[in-house]
Design a protein around this ligand. Structure first.
Ligand code: AQP
Length: 334
């Protein structure tokens, strides 16, 4: 059976991009007959500074968001990365497999480190090797992610291939990225050329899973658009990034194709379309927001879910790490 793995960083508020590009897809995968592991990747989060109290809160909130969106901790294994030490242990091995040149080509590294790379953490540079370890320590076959993670998944394959080649084994699988749906790259509501992101200083650029109905409606009303009416075919959105973004969001939330949406709303002005989108967004997000807040009232329960999931995960990761160590020539305890 396929084994699905994915993760989200507890580095701030979950937003609509994380939801449509990742979390909602996890829930879709859960409905299939697969084994799945979903991870709060706190070790990734600390590649940039995190206030300790905020990191704890964000980790619990992320777990609450996973469950509120429909992940069932009995069906899917929900884990906290730092509670499954094999992730970091395998990452060290992969640090010794991956090449500096490979890492230097990563666009996320270039974007995040920017011109000040000398001051970036070593962890930020090594981030994709840890991500490869997250996936391969489960021998995961499918990884649902947003489009921005495509390059890191290609690197994951390169690491698996090089490891297998260097040690003459066929041990790590070549993982399939699963980048699907109408909203694999949700853009900022203020700038159609930037992706919606946790770290954008403008809160109006994103819809947070913790926003209430008024905030959601207001952000959509103020979203940047152009003065034209909506086209009746997807082709008409090509040169209109902001319009395309709102239509993609609508399509993903309504579980329709872009063409189906445009068949309904083609010819309408944004003054008419935006309230439709706001209503849909509120209808889809509000139940999640409410449930998240309810779950956050019982933090012990969340901590228990993460502890239990992490324990279950170790039944998979410990043998894979042990076999890896054996392959590379580490003496194993008897
Ligand atoms: N805008 C997006 N559209 C679609 N999918 C997205 N993802 C993130 N942003 C979008 C997907 O969400 C999953 C978790 O991503 P992450 O925790 O690595 O978050 P991130 O990419 O770091 O998110 P941000 O918001 O962009 O954070 P910053 O600002 O810190 O970089 C992944 O599957 C990702 O593809």
């Amino acid at each position: 059976t396929p084994r699905v793995f994915s993760g989200i960083q507890p580095s701030g508020n979950l937003h609509l991009g994380n939801y449509l590009g990742a979390l909602k897809r996890f829930v879709d995968w859960q409905a299939k007959d697969v084994e799945s592991i979903y991870c709060m990747v706190d070790l990734h989060a600390i590649t940039v500074w995190q206030d300790p109290a905020d990191l704890k809160k964000s980790t619990r909130e992320l777990c609450a968001g996973f469950i509120a969106a429909g992940l069932d901790p009995e069906k899917s294994i929900l884990i906290n990365q730092s509670q499954v030490p094999e992730h970091a242990q395998l990452a060290w091995v992969f640090n010794c497999v991956a090449r500096m040149g490979w890492m230097q080509r990563m666009t996320q590294w270039k974007d995040k480190a920017g011109k000040n790379a000398q001051n970036a953490s070593l962890g930020l540079f090594a981030y994709p090797a840890l991500m490869a370890a997250d996936i391969l320590v489960y021998h995961a076959t499918h990884v649902p992610v947003g489009e921005d993670q495509k390059q890191h998944l290609e690197l994951t394959r390169d690491i698996a291939i090089k490891f297998n080649h260097d040690y003459g084994v066929n041990f790590f699988p070549e993982t399939e990225p699963v980048i699907e749906g109408a909203a694999t790259r949700v853009m900022s509501l203020r700038d159609g050329s930037k992706k919606m992101s946790k770290s954008d200083p403008s809160d109006a650029s994103r819809i947070n899973l913790t926003d209430d109905a008024d905030a959601i409606a207001k952000k959509i009303r103020k979203a940047k658009t152009d003065p034209e009416a909506l086209p009746s075919e997807a082709k008409g959105l090509e040169e209109r990034p902001e319009a395309r973004n709102l239509v993609n969001i609508y399509a993903a939330m309504a579980e329709m194709s872009v063409d189906q949406v445009l068949a309904e709303v083609g010819g309408k002005q944004f003054s008419e379309f935006k309230p439709m989108l706001a209503d849909l967004a509120v209808a889809k997000m509000s139940p999640i927001t409410t449930e998240m807040a309810r779950l956050m009232e019982n933090q012990d329960e969340i901590d228990k879910i993460l502890a239990r999931g992490s324990e279950r995960a170790r039944a998979i990761t410990a043998p894979i790490l042990s076999q890896t160590y054996d392959i590379i020539g580490m003496v194993r305890p008897v």
